[in-house]
Design a protein around this ligand. Structure first.
Ligand code: G3P
Length: 214
């Protein structure tokens, strides 16, 4: 499974990258706004750090506007993937951009049929938002399971980026289902690595080692 990091924070990206955990980066307008810096400056800086797909999202909601933004963003770096919202105009833009060879990540997907349509339109990636479904008492992971099955049934090339991840179980279950990618917030990445028995065992080893010096 590939790990992307779901942040626009450069310090978090550098730290996760130094752990060897960053195969790519996803951003969105909310994550960019949190940084209080110029959008393109942030995207360019991320491209210097990570050699993998970097998602940058359009703001337009009409097809022509999305295509114009996408062409501009795609020129920033070969690794740019243009994030397109899962609306009808977004499907049209995705289809046209696929013909131009511009990679897309269809975002804000909440149903398996949306994911099927995105794949048919030629999306490079689909981003099901599972945490936001859980927030509504709907099973986010069921959506991932259904998309994995549909894409496998029809051998779509579109890769699944499990997004809106809130906890380690989201990552574990997505990996067991065979989702291609998990885009993980920095806070959750730390939780994946941690185990109290590791800390307890390490402390015991170091305490015992100290005893050998007495
Ligand atoms: O990158 C999009 C997605 O991961 C957002 O997550 O936590 O805002 O639902 P969240």
């Amino acid at each position: 499974m590939k790990f992307f990091i779901d942040t626009a924070n450069i310090d978090e990206i550098r730290e996760a990258h130094s752990m060897g955990m960053v195969d790519g980066v996803t951003t969105n307008p909310s994550l960019i706004a949190k940084e209080g810096r110029d959008f393109e400056d942030i995207i360019k800086e991320i491209c210097q750090i990570v050699d993998g797909p970097i998602s940058a999202e359009v703001i337009s909601t009409d097809t022509e506007g999305m295509i114009k933004e996408a062409r501009h963003l795609a020129k920033i770096h070969d690794n740019i993937v243009v994030k397109i919202p899962m609306i009808v105009d977004g499907l049209k833009a995705t289809h046209r951009l696929a013909e131009e060879g511009i990679k897309t990540n269809v975002t804000l997907a909440f149903s398996p049929l949306q994911a099927l349509m995105a794949a048919k339109a030629g999306a490079t990636y689909i981003s099901p938002f599972i945490g936001r479904l859980d927030d509504l008492s709907q099973e986010g992971l069921l959506l991932v399971e259904q998309i994995v099955e549909i894409y496998s049934n029809y051998a779509f090339d579109t890769e699944i980026i499990v997004a809106s991840i809130r906890n380690p179980l989201h990552v574990l279950e997505s990996a067991l289902m065979g989702a291609d990618i998990a885009t993980i917030p920095f806070s959750v990445l730390g939780k994946l690595a941690a185990h109290p028995m590791t800390d307890k065992g390490l402390k015991a080893f170091l305490d015992d080692w100290e005893k050998t010096k007495k």
